[in-house]
Design a protein around this ligand. Sequence first.
Ligand SMILES: Nc1ncnc2c1ncn2[C@@H]1O[C@H](COP(=O)(O)OP(=O)(O)OP(=O)(O)O)[C@@H](O)[C@H]1O
Length: 561
Amino acid sequence: MTTEQTTSPPRAGVGIAAQGLGQSVRSGRQILTDICLSIAPGELVAIIGASGAGKTTLLEILAGVQRPAAGTVTYDGSAAAGTIGVVPQDDIIHRELPLARTLRYAARLRLPSTTGPAEISDRVAEVLAELRLTDRAATPVGLLSGGERKRASIAVELLTRPGVFFLDEPTSGLDPAIAVELLRLLRALVDTGATVVLTTHQITDVDHCDRVVVLTRQGRLAFTGTPAAAREFFGLRSLVEVHLRLDEATQPAEWPDRFAEHRAAEQRPRTTDDADVAATPPWRVGRLRQWAVLTARNTEIVGRNRLTLAILLGSPLMVLGMFALLFRPGAFEPTRPSPTVTVMILFWIAFGGFFFGLTYGLLQICTELPILRRERLAGVRLVPYLLAKVAVLLPLLALVDLALLGVLRAMARLPPVGGTDFAALYATLLLSSAAALALGLLCSAAVSDAAQATLMLPMLCFPQVLFVGAILPVPAMAAGGQWLSYAMSNRWAFEGLGHTAGVERLWRDGGSPLGPPLLATYGDSFSRPVWVDWLVLGGFVLLFLGAAWAVLLRRDPRRAS
Ligand SMILES: Nc1ncnc2c1ncn2[C@@H]1O[C@H](COP(=O)(O)OP(=O)(O)OP(=O)(O)O)[C@@H](O)[C@H]1O
C-alpha cells in the first residue's frame, strides 16, 4: 500500500503523557482515578477494560475532547495537541453524499484556506487510495459496508495528516476478517509515523498493538506496557482472560497497587519530555470560508435528498391548498367585508409562516449532533454553522411564503393590495418564518434526538395559537395571557399583517355591521406601524439564534469537566 504520497508532508508522530488523570460525573461518582501513562510517538495503543471501565472517557480525555476533573495531558511536552484525528464510535458523516464529495467538503473545512481545488482533489484521492476506498469514491456514504464506513470515517481525519489518531472501538460490529484488515491499516498509519490510540472490546486486537492500557472496572490503571509484558504481569497465556483475572482481586486497588510496585521497579519509560518532534501547530479555516463550505454542503444534502425536499416544499403547498378550500373569496371586499373571516385568514397565514419556519428548523441540528461535535474538534465554529443552516433554509421559506401570499391574493382571499403593501405583507411573513426557523434551530440544539424534537412541536405551536390575540383578542385575555402574548412572535406577525391589510379601516368604514364592534374588541391591535413589528420579529430572530449558539456552546464536551 502507498503510504507516503507526493503532495503530503511527512507525518510526525506525537508522544502523549498523562499525569494523575481523574474524572467524575455529575452524581459525583469517580469514573477514572489517578491514571498515569506515557505513549511514545509512533505507537499503536489499545485501551481495554470491562464495559463501563472508562475506556471511552480516557480516550476522550487523551484526545482533548473532554476536560479531566484532575490531572494533565501533554503532547510532546506541550499542552497544545496540534493536529489530531478523532474517530468516534458511530459512523458520523453525512450519509447522503458520495464518499469523495464528503471528503472534499471535509477537506475544505479542515485544510488551510490557501489549499487550492486541485490540491484538495489530490489530497482526497491520496486518502482514498491510502484507505483502499478509491473504487467507492462515487458511492453515497450510506451505501458503504460497515467496514468501508469505518475507513471513510478515518479518511476524514486522515485528510490533515494528523500526528495522532484516537479511535473509539473501531473494530466493533466488524466481522473478524474486516477487523484485522482495519488494524493492518492502522499499523500502516503508525508505520508512516502517526501515533494511534484506540479502545476495544476485542482482546485479539491487542496482539496487533505495541502497547496495551488495561483499566479495572473502577477506572484505575491496572497495567500499561507491551502485550507480552501484560501477559507476563497478569500470569496469563492469553489476554482473553484478563477481565477474569482482574475480577479475582479482593480489593479494587489490588491490581493497580501491584502495577505501581511493578512500574517502580521497571526502567523509566520514554516520556514526552524526551520527545524531539513538535506537534504540528493547528490552523483554523476562516469563518467566512466555513460558512461557505457548510452552506454548499447543506444545499447539496438537501438537493440530493429528493424526498426531504419534496416534503419541505410540498407540505406548505398542501397547506396553501387547504386555505384556498377553506376561505371564500371576497372577505376583504370593502363594500361587503366579512370581518371575522378576515381575522381568521390573517391569523392562519401568520401561523402558516410560523409553522413552516419551525418545522424547517426543528430537525436540523439534533439529527447531526455527533457530526457537529466531531467537526467542532476540527475547528468548525458555531456562528458559521448556524448561519449556514439559515442560508439554505431561508430561501426555501422565502419561496413558500411568496407562493402562499401570491396565490391567496390572486384568488381574492387577500385584499387587492398594490406592490408596496404586498411587499410589506411579504416582509412580515418572511420575518415571522425566520423567527420561527431560529426558534426551531434553538429547540433542535437543545434536545438529544429527533423524537424529542418532534414531541416539542405541539408545545411550541399551542401558545402561538392561543396567545396571539386572534382567536381571543389580547384585550380580552387575562393579565397573564396578555403578558405572555408579547413573547409570541406570531402575535407581531398577525398584527403586522392586519395593519398592512388595512383591517382597522375595513372594519370601521366597511359595509359590515359586525366591523365596528369587532374593532372595539381588538382595541389598537392593528394600529402600530408595521416597522415596529418588523423590529420585534428581527429581535426574535437574533434572540433565538443567539440562544441556539449559547446552548450549543454549553453542550460542547470540552467545556464540561
Ligand atoms: N456523562 C455521563 N454521565 C453519567 N455517567 C457517565 C457519563 N459518561 C460516562 N458515564 C459513566 O462512566 C462510566 C465509564 O463510561 P465509558 O463510556 O468511558 O466506559 P467504557 O469503558 O468506554 O464502556 P463501554 O465499553 O461499555 O463503551 C460508565 O459507567 C458510564 O455509565
